[in-house]
Design a protein around this ligand. Structure first.
Ligand SMILES: [Fe+2]
Ligand SMILES: [Fe+2]
Length: 356
């Protein structure tokens, strides 16, 4: 990557690697490997923490610890790894929602919206049918990851041991954990099977402007993005899904996910192609090779700043785009391996203003 004024905004995902500590949460259904970046340590203070990981295991993700809550809202996004089958997850997931511990399950790519303070989990992987597993990312709207665990499956001694292990490790915990005084017991007898929270889980069905005709209401959510003849270029994918705040229980976020397979510019149109947003945005380029989370297999260029400083992305990385910073165009130069693109924008709508 060339040195430049905005180089600090490009964050390789491996900066969040925690050598020797992967096992702390390596519980059955949880990630085989993941990278979890937060605003506090990695993302220039942006009010966001997000993860990207590969999953093949069965079972509870955090045995004994759930349900849990956060002081901020989060979206939990389950996606498949086949670029040509965007509606194939390759796993079956069971999820508990709300104080009622309402059980839900799904086997298609889906997003769960959890408002601040909302009980969620246990998350249990019931089945994995894809031979390469599936992926999952968290979009949490806090710079400083914070969780209050409410499950009654851990003894006070176990909790004490965890606290001491972190204290003696000499590193700042990636997650501020606390434990509820009143603990919740999850069992066949305490879970419920209602429909209070059906709307908190949404399937991810390709729906961006590349995928077909949008209604005028749908178009209005993109602001100026597609005005003045601007249109998708060959570098985008028809298999992307874009979810807005009103798809996500009003959470102040919109995100777009898709696996890209083709080189080319992402957006065609007049001018030089830079735009700005009134809110912070983080753009993640993620590899889709489960055996090597640090392999991207593609080369992408992105312009940052009104000067159009050009940067090259050739490893999994997040690009932090603070509110008001001009960015784009983006061009995928070549692709050896399909790669995932996750755009997270910290507003319910995607307000865009073209600048050149
Ligand atoms: Fe959570
Ligand atoms: Fe943007």
């Amino acid at each position: 990557m060339a040195a430049g004024k905005y180089k600090h905004l490009i964050k390789p995902l491996k900066i969040a690697e925690m050598p020797g500590m992967e096992q702390a949460f390596r519980n059955t259904g949880n990630a085989d490997v993941n990278r979890w970046l937060n605003g506090r340590d990695h993302l220039e203070g942006v009010k966001l923490n997000f993860s990207w990981g590969f999953y093949t295991g069965l079972g509870d993700w955090h045995p004994g610890m759930d349900p849990h809550v956060h002081p901020y809202p989060e979206c939990l996004v389950f996606v498949g790894l086949d670029p040509n089958r965007p509606e194939y997850l390759g796993a079956k997931i069971q999820y508990c929602l709300g104080k009622e511990l309402e059980i839900h399950s799904f086997d298609r790519p889906s997003v769960i919206s959890a408002p601040a303070g909302f009980y969620h989990c246990p998350s249990v992987t019931l089945d994995v049918t894809s031979p390469i597993g599936y992926s999952f990312f968290i979009i949490s709207l806090g710079a400083d990851p914070t969780t209050r665990w409410l499950g009654d499956g851990l003894t006070d001694e176990q909790i004490q041991e965890m606290k001491e292990a972190w204290a003696s490790s000499g590193v700042k915990p990636p997650m501020n954990s606390s434990f509820g005084k009143k603990r919740v017991h999850v069992s066949e007898e305490t879970v419920t099977h209602g429909h209070l929270y059906d709307d908190y889980i949404k399937p991810l069905i390709p729906n961006t402007i590349t995928a077909g005709q949008l209604s005028s209401t749908e178009k209005s959510r993109y602001g100026e993005m597609f005005k003045n003849g601007r249109k998708p270029g060959p570098g985008l994918t028809e298999n992307a899904v874009w979810m807005f705040g009103n798809d996500l229980r009003g959470i102040d976020v919109n995100f777009c996910w898709g696996i890209h397979t083709q080189p080319g510019i992402w957006m065609r149109g007049p001018g030089k192609g830079a735009h700005v947003h009134p809110v912070d945005e983080v753009l993640v380029f993620a590899g889709t090779e489960p055996s090597d989370i640090d392999y991207l297999g593609a080369e992408i260029q992105i312009d940052l700043g009104s000067e159009h400083e050009r940067y090259i992305i050739d490893e999994p990385a997040a690009v932090v785009i603070p509110a008001g910073l001009a960015h784009n165009p983006i061009v995928t130069r070549w692709v050896d391996k399909p790669f995932g693109v996750l755009m997270m924008s910290l507003g319910a709508r995607h307000e865009t203003t073209h600048v050149d």
